[in-house]
Ligand binder design. Structure first.
Ligand code: PRP
Length: 178
């Protein structure tokens, strides 16, 4: 299938370099703990870390939205947080896309609850039209329209994550999450 390319690979590379330059090192000089929200943020986390000072490695956590008659719609379940050692540290939280904002809000709160002293978000994409929670995003690669985006980590029913660019899926709706 041919897709409309929204952000070519060269622009992803350029913007990742710019963001890496803009991400200030923590005040205490220690490298940030870099946490990527899998699965989608994997390629962006790799690219961003390649350009950050010291080429830090990153750790992954998983998040999923759920909601039915027994839980509030839009609740976010997170796996893997317990393995993060963030007490007293600055965390750089890496996302592929911020849509409603619920995932970032949930993870940021939990990182602070675990003792992080600061949390900065670096997201490749932001889709303001879908925002439900007014989250602060310190570093945004690109604002995108209310279309279903795929590629560079983002999927449609498990496909297209490996595309080297960000494209618009023509037959899906705008929302990625519940
Ligand atoms: C996407 C994305 C964020 C979340 C953003 O993940 O990676 O984690 O949705 O949505 P929100 O702002 O509405 O909370 P997705 O659920 O598609 O999972 P995946 O990365 O494993 O594909």
């Amino acid at each position: 299938m041919q897709f409309e390319i929204l952000i070519p690979r060269a622009d992803l590379e350029r913007r990742a370099r710019e963001l890496a330059t803009a991400i200030a090192p923590p005040a205490d000089g220690a490298p940030p703990v870099v946490v990527a929200v899998l699965e989608g943020a994997r390629p962006f986390a790799d690219l961003l870390c390649r350009h950050l000072p010291g080429r830090p490695s990153w750790q992954g956590i998983r998040a999923s939205s759920y909601g039915d008659g027994t839980v509030s719609r839009g609740a976010v379940a997170v796996q893997g947080e317990e393995q993060l050692e963030v007490r007293g540290r600055t965390v750089l939280l890496v996302e592929d896309i911020v849509d409603t904002g619920r995932t970032v809000q949930r993870i940021r709160e939990s990182l602070f609850a675990r003792g992080a002293v600061a949390v900065q978000v670096a997201t490749l994409l932001s889709k303001p039209a879908r925002r439900v929670v007014p989250v602060v995003l310190e570093h945004v690669g690109f604002e995108v329209p209310d279309a279903f985006v795929i590629g560079f980590g983002m999927d449609a029913a498990g496909c297209y994550r490996d595309l080297p660019y960000v494209a618009i899926h023509p037959t899906e709706g705008g929302s990625r999450s519940a």
